[in-house]
Write a protein that binds this ligand. Structure first.
Ligand code: UDX
Length: 436
């Protein structure tokens, strides 16, 4: 099928390449000329496992191309809209400027029977607001939220755990849903649940899934706060409650909390939207979810201070990690960098290393010292803090070897990802988060 993808950022670029990889003829469209130039050459503009390969293949096969010219969307049957919905500058709400611009820009090129499939995460009610403009052209608007995780984006797009389509009522909606089923044929044929709903439900599925995940992380971090004053171990607690299948162990990783381009902004936008709808109290707990999350970053910095005897002033602190999570070079709202900046603010000489995100981090926080080589970064450290659980630190860093490089064997495990016993056995003072 011929498809267009409007917006070639994280979501759009992966979607375009993934759709080409399953046999569709795809044009990716974005206003950013540099991004399009890079994608057209088959170069992924950000680090995402597997993306480079499917981009190269797609371009070589002729199934995939990129342009800044919106008119090239004409002739496609389905037009995916995957532009950003960042947090507004002066509040918590989602900024819909790019969604509106993308849909309005697309309107002149739509034909009778086309489908416009919104993928961006939007406040509930957005699709209903956009639909009349799309319908006027003879096309149908559907809302088809995306649940991809960074680091797994290609896999999550090609083989998602569910597909959701919010469609208008009646025959028009049924037709649109069956066209989307065709687009996603390989996963539908495999038995991936394909859930057809109204617009509002589809929009809410996305924000409520993210709100639930964020709540789960803040729940376990709240337990970590209690563990800290009682001597309990939050990781054992998580293992034990996680055995209850109703709870589950995933997303019970206590530490410095969640960040990235989605969870923080999405829970804030959800709160803001609920307020607008007069139901602020229904999701008032999300404010606490956010607050607990942000407190953990302060706690991590405080742990380093305590570990160094009350002050980090002019101490060498090595920060292992900058990305908001491993397998990503994304530093948007990264708890890792936030902790590094806090330590710098307390007067420490902070050295940051990361396998993928240094370039991005340097651009935003030039005041910190960056070193590519992990061992070089560890040299002469008075304390080390792990803030992103890359395998390079979690599995591959031998505590005895690390101990031979540093000045003080003090390690704060901001992700509870190290083998505490092994580090202690190698002579380190080990501090976890919510662990004795
Ligand atoms: C998230 C959702 O998982 C995804 O479905 C949605 O489409 C976009 O937002 P992503 O932002 O890529 O995906 O990252 P995710 O893997 O969910 O992690 C988010 C943050 O939570 C990271 O900073 C991670 O370190 C943190 N986290 C995750 C924890 O602190 N503890 C955990 O147990 C799990």
């Amino acid at each position: 099928m011929r498809l267009s993808v409007i917006g070639c950022g994280y979501l759009g670029a992966v979607h375009a390449a993934a759709m080409a990889s399953i046999g569709h003829e795809v044009v990716g469209i974005d206003v950013d000329q540099r991004k399009i130039a890079s994608l057209s050459k088959g170069e992924a503009p950000f680090f995402e496992p597997g993306l480079q390969e499917i981009l190269t293949e797609g371009i070589a096969s002729g199934n995939l191309r990129f342009t800044t010219d919106m008119s090239e969307a004409a002739g496609a049957k389905v037009h995916f809209v995957g532009v950003g919905t960042p947090q507004v500058k002066d509040g918590y709400a989602a900024d819909l400027t790019y969604v509106n611009a993308a849909v309005d820009g697309l309107l002149p090129y739509l034909s009778e029977g086309d489908i416009v499939a919104g993928k961006s995460t939007v406040p509930v009610g957005t699709a209903a607001g956009l639909a009349p403009r799309v319908t006027e052209t003879g096309a149908t608007l559907v809302w088809n939220p995306e649940f991809l995780r960074e680091g797994w984006a290609v896999q999550d797009t090609i083989d998602p755990d569910r597909l959701v389509a919010g469609v208008p009522a009646g025959a028009e909606g049924e037709t649109a849903a069956s066209v989307l089923r065709e687009v996603y044929h390989p996963s539908v044929a495999k038995g991936t649940p394909f859930i057809v709903t109204d617009y509002a439900t589809a929009e809410l599925v996305k924000v409520s899934a993210n709100a639930f995940l964020a709540t789960k992380i803040s729940f376990i971090n709240a337990m970590a706060e209690i563990a800290e004053v009682t001597g309990a171990d939050v990781t054992q607690l998580a293992d034990a409650i996680g055995h209850d299948a109703r709870i589950g162990r995933r997303f019970l990783g206590a530490g410095i909390g969640f960040g990235g381009g989605c969870l923080p902004k999405d829970i804030r936008a959800f709160s803001a939207r609920a307020e607008e709808l007069g139901r602020g109290e229904s999701v008032a707990f999300l404010r606490q979810v956010d607050e607990i999350n942000l407190r953990r970053r302060d706690r991590a910095a405080q742990l380093v201070v305590e570990a160094l005897g009350g002050s980090v002033f002019k101490k060498n602190v090595t920060v292992l990690g900058a990305a908001f999570k491993p397998h990503s070079d994304d530093i948007r709202d990264s708890p890792a960098l936030d902790v590094a900046v806090k330590l710098h603010g307390l007067g420490a000489w902070v050295t940051v290393t990361d396998p993928a995100a240094i370039e991005n981090a340097q651009r935003i926080h030039p005041q910190l010292n960056y070193v590519e080589d992990r061992d070089e970064a560890l040299r002469e450290a008075d304390a080390v803090i792990v803030v992103t659980e890359w395998d390079e630190y979690r599995r591959e860093l031998d505590p005895a070897h690390a101990g031979s490089l540093v000045r003080g064997k003090v390690v704060v495990d901001g992700r509870n990802c190290l083998d505490a016993g092994a580090w202690r056995a190698a002579g380190w003072e080990y501090f976890g988060m919510g662990r004795p």
